[in-house]
Design a protein around this ligand. Structure first.
Ligand SMILES: [Zn+2]
Length: 392
């Protein structure tokens, strides 16, 4: 019995004994409701002291907090192990993690546990702190990982992209990993994938998860969309503002946790946009798939002309290696800044090319400015925000 859900039954006059009957009408749980009703989402017979408080920083730095129940870790681990094995991982393989280090994750409980030294040793993992990706540090990582010779690299998509760009501009050829690269935690755009593939020449397995609900979907060897991690979470894609399912077109992703009886989330609107497909994957597994995860709802740039631009930076810096870091900041609906960290100044042609790419994607109504900065800090969670919106 979960107080929040009991109240939904009571308010609507629904009979809890016939719960499945109401599934087609079951309301969405928004991120705001998760914050406001957090304690009401804990099952009545569960002691709060038995739960783990987790937190997740959004792109705007807004911190979400939520509880994980006693079974969450096991359910998540099972789904992750399955996904790892599809990427070629086998027990005993060496894993290099390019991931946020616990010391920099202020109070984010979920990140600390898998990365404790004992756990890393038992899991044959080595951690390289993705929060610190300076030129010098990336050089050290390259040497250390070369010595470690991992079978698999598991990385934040943005960090792996940064690492690939660093290796390319320094003409370094990595002889690792032996098997594959797993990217997660951030949207992997086609540009990022091509760059990582060019440098490492190993299969890339993207996956999609979040602190709140764990693994949601993952790629198989066909690399064609992401199979739903249906033992752990139920995923739906719906028309925005409704619970009407949509297929083969963009919609809001809703998650129902299946391995979380202590504090279950039902139709939780995670804030991401995706496309669900009914097509069966060429690998033969007939689980449902997300054809694409287009990214955080907050990574989408809405313009006065009514555009909703995803991955607005994709390919914009292709061949311009002096661009070390970038971030798109939407200051107002019609004002967008591009922050760049440069190794050396752009020449006129390069600047003109960047301007024309953004002009084409954002439309003429948007005032676009390039701002050169010394550094762009990752979020407290260690994630790199490529798009930041200051529009409320
Ligand atoms: Zn498949």
């Amino acid at each position: 019995m979960v107080p929040y859900y009991s109240r939904i039954f009571a308010e609507r006059g629904w009979d809890p004994q016939q719960a499945e009957k109401y599934w087609p009408k079951w309301p969405v749980l928004t991120q705001q409701m998760l914050q406001e009703r957090r304690d009401e989402l804990i099952a009545k017979d569960v002691q709060k002291s038995n739960l783990r408080l987790g937190a997740s920083g959004g792109s705007t730095g807004f911190n979400k907090t939520f509880y994980h129940g006693r079974q969450f870790g096991q359910s998540k681990a099972a789904a992750v192990t399955h996904s790892d094995s599809l990427a070629g991982w086998a027990p005993g393989d060496r894993i290099a993690l390019l991931w946020c280090a616990p010391s920099r994750v202020h109070g984010v409980h979920g990140a600390v546990r898998p990365l404790s030294p004992l756990r890393s040793l038992l899991k044959n993992q080595k951690l390289y702190n993705s929060y610190d990706m300076s030129e010098a540090r990336m050089g050290e990582y390259h040497l250390e990982i070369s010595r470690y010779q991992p079978d698999v690299i598991i990385a934040y998509a943005g960090s792996m992209f940064e690492m690939a760009r660093f290796l390319k501009r320094n003409r370094l050829c990595p002889d690792y990993p032996s098997k594959s690269i797993i990217t997660s935690a951030e949207t992997l755009s086609q540009t990022m994938r091509l760059q990582i593939d060019e440098v490492f020449s190993k299969p890339i397995f993207n996956r999609y998860g979040s602190w709140e609900v764990g693994l949601m979907s993952f790629e198989c060897e066909a690399h064609s969309g992401l199979h739903i991690a249906f033992t752990h979470n139920l995923i739906e894609v719906v028309s925005p503002g409704s619970i009407e399912p949509v297929w083969e077109q963009q919609g809001d992703i809703l998650v129902t946790t299946l391995g979380e009886p202590d504090c279950p989330l039902i139709r939780y609107q995670i804030g991401d946009v995706g496309i669900m497909t009914k097509e069966v994957c060429s690998c033969g597994r007939n689980s449902l798939r997300l054809r694409e995860v287009l990214g955080r709802e907050m990574d989408v740039i809405s313009t006065p002309g009514g555009r909703r631009a995803h991955g607005v930076f994709a390919g914009a810096f292709f061949g311009i290696d002096k661009v070390r870091q970038f971030q798109v900041v939407q200051r107002k609906l019609d004002r967008i800044d591009l922050r760049l960290v440069l190794a050396e100044p752009l020449n006129k042609n390069e600047e003109a090319r960047i301007r024309s790419v953004f002009a084409e994607r954002l439309g003429p109504e948007v005032a676009f400015q390039i701002r050169i900065v010394d550094h762009i800090d990752p979020l407290p969670s260690g994630k790199r925000a490529f798009v930041v919106s200051e529009v409320q």
